[in-house]
Design a protein around this ligand. Structure first.
Ligand SMILES: [Zn+2]
Length: 348
């Protein structure tokens, strides 16, 4: 008998002995080690973040999250008393031409992007009511763009830092507003919260919907989670004539009910499924650029500065197809860790 056979023989004899005493029959699955599972999920997010996505990692893996959905319908302070709006130096950033046909007209923390086409402009997100005039309208003019050419405004989700300028752009320029169905409902449900920001109901986005203007098409992806109607996008831009594919992620923080297992576990699953869905679309379109509506997540303001000194070097927004996938792994890893903490609460 060789040594391995001997060991197997011993194990079988031991198992037979245990079965004889009924011990084996009573054995159940070992208890889950939630702490280890949580550590693994956080570790996967940390590894995926590398140096590029630390802002996202910190925001959703480390900082405390809001516990639930906002059901207040109160008038924001900066609408009630415009003088109380945050000081300009806390949000102002220079506008920038980032690709041949994509312009940054956002601020230090929140982004807005203008995509030029042969038939006008598609605008992504509109910041707050108190700074959309200077950053978007003013920024476009400084870059030589005509805000009157805005034909579509795509709102990633109905929070004041993204929908703030939508009413103004609809009224002033007749731009068509595109938003997820559930977020249109929020806007209609909370008239005070959205005062001065609420566009009249217009285009209700659906998964896979294409918005085509002239020679350019943006594809919309439903990515519920951050809000029930959160949207993300894929589209192509050009860098010195070369086509480059972009994935635009429309909602990041855990703003849904997540402080109790029910419905927190399911809400995290919705969020995780959305990130998988968007990662698949990014892979299918070979996206090498990840954009966000928050410059803290895609480092847009820093990258705009790097662009100025780019010369013939690589484009600072191009993180590669692998980098784009890693971005969505950060979101999934952090959400999974938070979901596991709720599962742990339910464990016996
Ligand atoms: Zn938001």
């Amino acid at each position: 008998m060789n040594r391995l056979a001997l060991r197997i023989g011993t194990a079988l004899a031991l198992a037979a002995g245990l079965a004889g005493t009924g011990v084996l029959a009573q054995q159940t699955k070992p208890a889950r080690n939630f702490d280890a599972e949580i550590r693994t999920a956080v570790e996967s997010a940390k590894t995926a973040a590398g140096f590029e996505f630390l802002g996202t990692l910190v925001r959703i893996c480390l900082l405390p999250q809001s516990g639930g959905e906002n059901t207040n319908d109160t008038l924001p302070d900066y609408v009630a008393r415009p003088a109380s709006a945050p000081a300009r130096e806390t949000w102002y950033a220079e506008p920038a031409k980032v690709f041949d046909d994509l312009y940054f007209v956002g601020g230090k923390i929140h982004s807005s992007w203008a995509l030029t086409t042969s038939q006008g402009i598609i605008l992504f997100d509109t910041i707050y009511p108190y700074n959309s005039e200077e950053l978007i309208v003013g920024g476009m003019k400084r870059l030589g763009l005509n805000p009157g050419d805005i034909k579509y405004v795509l709102i990633s989700h109905a929070h004041a830092d993204h929908i703030g300028g939508a009413e103004m752009l609809q009224k002033r320029y007749g731009a068509r507003i595109v938003m997820g169905g559930a977020d249109w409902q929020s806007v209609e449900k909370y008239p005070n919260r959205y005062k001065t920001m609420a566009p009249k109901r217009d285009i209700v986005a659906t998964d896979g919907m294409k918005i085509t203007l002239g020679d350019t098409t943006v594809t919309i992806w439903e990515t519920p989670g951050h809000t029930p109607g959160t949207l993300s996008y894929t589209f192509a831009v050009r860098d010195k004539g070369r086509p480059v594919n972009v994935a635009y992620s429309g909602g990041t923080a855990f703003n849904f009910v997540n402080n109790t297992p029910n419905p927190g576990i399911q809400n995290f699953q919705t969020y995780i499924n959305s990130q998988r869905h968007m990662a698949e679309q990014a892979a299918a379109t070979r996206a090498t650029v990840i954009l966000s509506n928050h410059s803290e997540f895609d480092s847009a303001v820093n990258k705009n500065r790097m662009l100025a000194g780019r010369g013939n070097g690589p484009h600072p927004f191009e993180v590669g197809a692998d980098g784009v996938q890693r971005y969505f792994q950060v979101m999934q890893g952090c959400a999974r860790a938070a979901q596991l903490r709720l599962e742990q609460q339910l464990a016996p």
